[in-house]
Design a protein. Structure first.
Length: 263
């Protein structure tokens, strides 16, 4: 059996912000080729900081990030040609029409005008946005903007896609479209990494999971193995808990809230 090939390897990265405590305290993480990996943790655990370091928007204080076996250099944009990103606060030219924006992104990635046009039309059709091609992106709903962000992230056919909270603030139909797109992409060989607070979705979608807590990855591996380890660490005796229940057991302080005085 062939050993899995890692596409992304993070080794002991740290990060502090001025005037704040250390956000990342030695994060190490591996994402294997062809996997759909979930990266989960509480607010402030370090998920978005980690993603922004991979994207080259932040520089780690120490440690290394390897993409396709090469240590990334933020002054060298070449590694980003093989990656696609949807960040927690997507940036796009919202005064453009969706097709115009997708063509622009395609050209920036080096596609020919004809190929950028072809892929743009296909993506708008796939994400049920063809009927909105004459509207400006600024008029779109949150779910429609998420779809455009995802379309822009894959127009250059990246080997790996990294999504920060792709399901936050969108309706069930938009979420379903995005899930179907992700499953199709993984089925065709793409590697995907997702951060999300929607643990039920992570549990159903992801083949691998990493749990980050207080700036460190505390569990990592195949979804079934992570659930088993979490259950063992939380000293659960049964195997029927959801990922959300096991996650809460793992990271919560197990302390009851003091009642409000006026209740």
């Amino acid at each position: 059996m062939r050993s899995p090939v890692s596409i992304l390897e993070i080794e002991n990265i740290t990060k502090s912000y001025p005037g704040r405590q250390q956000v990342l305290r030695g994060v190490s993480l591996r994402v294997d080729e062809g996997s759909l990996s979930g990266f989960i943790g509480l607010n402030g655990a370090g998920k978005t900081t980690t993603i922004r370091i991979i994207a080259g928007l932040l520089t780690a204080d120490s440690g290394s990030v390897m993409v396709f076996g090469k240590k990334i250099q933020h002054s060298d944009p070449e590694y980003k040609r093989c990656l696609g990103f949807v960040l927690d606060e997507p940036l796009y030219f919202d005064w453009m029409e969706p097709g115009e924006y997708l063509r622009f992104v395609g050209l920036m990635y080096g596609l020919s005008p004809r190929e950028a046009e072809r892929r743009s039309s296909e993506l708008l059709e796939f994400f049920d946005l063809a009927g909105k091609k004459g509207d400006l992106i600024r008029t779109f709903s949150t779910g429609m903007k998420k779809k455009i962000s995802l379309a822009a992230a894959v127009i250059h056919k990246p080997r790996m896609l990294i999504l920060d909270e792709p399901f936050e603030g969108i309706d069930v139909l938009a979420a379903r479209t995005i899930k179907e797109a992700l499953m199709m992409m993984v089925g065709r060989g793409m590697t995907i990494m997702i951060t999300s607070h929607v643990l039920a979705t992570i549990e159903k979608l992801c083949s691998h999971i990493a749990v980050i807590h207080q700036g460190r990855v505390i569990l990592e591996g195949k979804t079934a193995d992570v659930k088993r380890h979490a259950r063992d660490r939380a000293q659960r005796s049964t195997g029927e808990q959801t990922l959300e229940e096991l996650f809460i057991d793992l990271v919560s302080p197990h302390m009851g809230k003091k009642p409000l005085s006026y209740f």
